[in-house]
Design a protein around this ligand. Structure first.
Ligand code: KIV
Length: 279
């Protein structure tokens, strides 16, 4: 079967249905997502925190993003893989084109995502003219985090809400295939969605968006860090992994691992030869 494309997001939007997007960054996370039937995988720049131990998304660059995007592409066969353009990788149209090409041509992604509204629209338009499917990202935009002390909801005041709608419309008119809306009041995200022809993908933005995206470790409880409330964690894999590894370590230390089942036996000739080995 061919890979999903951004057209499948638009089809869902036109049909009034919802779709799920999760982030992934390597073979296990990509396989989990695809095996769960998730059609759209974002290799988010949250890679910085969730896989590489940085404090902020601004710490990853193109080489890490392309490396991990290629791993996710190799590890899936049907999902649309979306490469998240990192901090300062789309400061002008030529830079954006060069870096989008690395995601699409070198890593095999089927679309890219970038942050920003009205100000990013000319870059989006240039990429779209060159044939790159682009997903926008408005509301809380983590690459602006250097200017903020912590993630803050956006669009809580009427003027800010109107500006976000303007951002969304600018991205739609620039040719964006969909728009991520992060951390805004649910009523605003629903109002924006109802005014667009293209799908929206919410994160902390309520159920009125066309799709929903979450960062995989937040959903699966994979890391020690507290997940944002909007993630609605569905598992606690970190505790399961630690319990399992603790039990394995204890069995090693007490001599119970490995058993015969985990090894290979010597045949009679080798056993005889072993007995003849010098002491
Ligand atoms: O980097 C990321 O994971 C993202 C999602 C939060 C949308 O941008």
């Amino acid at each position: 079967m061919a890979r999903h494309t951004v057209a499948d997001m638009r089809t869902a939007h036109a049909a009034g249905s919802h779709f799920a997007v999760v982030t992934a960054w390597d073979r296990p996370t990509a396989e989990f997502a695809e095996a769960a039937g998730v059609q759209f995988i974002l290799v988010g720049d949250s890679l910085a925190q969730v896989a590489l131990g940085h404090e902020s998304t601004v710490r990853v660059g193109m080489s890490e993003m392309v490396h991990h995007t290629a791993a996710v592409v190799r590890s899936t066969s049907e999902a649309l893989v979306i490469g998240d353009m990192p901090f300062l990788s789309y400061v002008d149209a030529p830079t954006a084109a060069e870096n989008a090409a690395r995601f699409i041509r070198d890593a095999g992604a089927g679309a890219v995502k970038l942050e920003g509204g009205v100000s990013a629209a000319p870059i989006v338009a240039a990429l779209v003219r060159s044939g790159v499917p682009v997903i926008g990202h408005i509301g809380f935009t983590p690459q602006s985090s250097l200017n903020e002390s912590k993630p803050r909801a956006k669009g809580r005041l009427p003027e800010a809400a109107a500006a976000l709608l303007e951002d969304a419309i600018a991205l739609q008119e620039a040719g964006a295939s969909a728009i991520v809306i992060e951390l805004v009041p649910r009523e605003l995200a629903a109002a924006i969605t109802s005014r667009l022809r293209i799908p929206t993908i919410g994160i902390g933005a309520g159920g009125g968006c066309t799709g929903q995206v979450q960062v995989l470790p937040d959903l699966l409880g994979l890391l020690g860090a507290t997940a944002p409330r909007h993630a609605g964690r569905v598992a606690n894999l970190r505790d399961e992994a630690i319990t399992a590894l603790t039990s394995w370590r204890e069995s090693v230390e007490s001599g119970l691992f490995p058993t015969e089942a985990q090894g290979i036996s010597a045949d009679a000739t080798l056993i005889a030869a072993l007995n003849d080995l010098p002491r």
